[in-house]
Design a protein around this ligand. Structure first.
Ligand code: GLY
Ligand code: MN
Ligand code: MN
Length: 345
């Protein structure tokens, strides 16, 4: 796969005149990777308005710059090498200490690369599709092991190991497994609690594949669900369908959120769904754009985003259902394909 990094840099360069800078110093590691292909914990790239660029990294990574389509140089103080008065910087990622150290005249800019990264090219969509396919397959492969006596931590370990066996670099984030009452905590960390008949079990996990992050959540029932469990499951599933249908190019971020949230509110559970509906995924697990009641902006075409409503009942349990979907043409393409029927195990 040949990624056209030069074209990505040209798109950023074209944005600079409107921000009244001749050049931009990119210091966020993930943004440097996006613009050059270099994955490094200590690198910076200067993008000039004419489209030319200079990548700087330290001695540990300099060999990895050979073969990249960008001029590269070695320095230990990578940002210091490129900083100069009038150069734009990434205000969201540079520390205040570095900003002061580099001297006066730098121009803090809004997150321009993040805005570019929201819209994915074909290569990126293919990597994300693979990340999601690994995620689906891992779930299918471990489902037979979900049962009484298995702990949350056991299940998380099984999912993580299976994703890696299937080709993931590693899990895209710390896998969540939440059984019974723990399901009321949206980002519960797995414990030694054993699964029991009567539990709803929420699993939130995803594969990282060649830098791209999948994100999926499924909630299953151990044994026949009680009426209240089936009721909140069907409610969340309905809200998840409505939210997914609202994902399309041109849709307003807050309207997509409302499509899902209004259904949960109408059922009297508005206070039990207190996080945003979703977020972009790509080189980071949480990236632009974000879906929530106070989010602004509209979705563009080719934007991967999660749709993840939940209902969380303190002390009792919860349900979350999450897919990764991508705006395409007149609607959205589903990337995580595992069934959303309530599985009774
Ligand atoms: N797994 C983290 C999230 O769903 O946002
Ligand atoms: Mn998730
Ligand atoms: Mn998510």
């Amino acid at each position: 796969m040949t990624v056209n990094y030069q074209e990505r840099r040209a798109r950023l360069a074209a944005m600079l005149p409107a921000h009244e800078v001749e050049a931009m110093l990119v210091t966020s590691a993930v943004n440097v990777r996006y613009l050059t292909g270099l994955a490094s914990s200590n690198a910076a790239v200067l993008i000039r308005a004419d489209g030319s660029a200079l990548l700087v990294t330290d001695n540990r990574y300099i060999d990895k710059t050979r073969g990249l389509d960008v001029e590269a140089a070695e320095a230990s103080d990578v940002a210091g090498e490129l900083a100069a008065p009038g150069v734009g910087i990434e205000a969201a990622s540079m520390s205040v200490a570095t900003y002061h150290r580099l001297g006066a005249g730098l121009v803090p800019l809004e997150p321009l690369v993040e805005r570019l990264r929201a819209v994915k090219d074909d290569d990126e969509l293919e990597l994300l599709r693979t990340a999601c396919a690994i995620t689906d397959q891992a779930f299918a492969d471990i489902i037979r092991t979900i049962g009484p006596g298995v702990t949350e931590r056991d299940l998380a370990r099984l999912l993580d190991a299976r994703m890696i066996e299937l080709g993931a670099d590693k899990p895209a984030f710390e896998t969540i497994v939440a059984a019974g009452e723990n399901g009321a905590v949206p980002h519960h960390a797995p414990t030694d609690r054993e699964l029991r008949s009567g539990d709803l079990v929420t699993m939130d996990f995803g594969a990282l594949y060649q830098g791209y992050h999948a994100d999926m959540t499924r909630t299953v029932s151990l044994g026949e669900p009680a009426a209240w469990q089936r009721e909140i499951y069907e409610l969340v599933a309905q809200a998840q369908r409505a939210g997914s249908l609202a994902v399309l190019p041109g849709a307003e971020a807050k309207q997509v959120d409302a499509a899902s949230r209004d259904i949960i509110k109408a059922a009297g559970h508005g206070d039990h769904f207190r996080h945003g509906l979703g977020h972009g995924v790509g080189l980071e697990i949480h990236e632009e754009p974000f879906l929530g009641p106070s989010r602004t902006g509209r979705l563009e075409d080719r934007v991967p985003i999660t749709v993840e409503p939940g209902v969380y009942l303190p002390g009792r349990g919860g349900v979350r259902i999450e897919d990764t979907v991508v705006t395409r043409g007149g609607g959205a393409e589903l990337f995580t394909k595992t069934t959303k029927e309530l599985l009774v195990l």
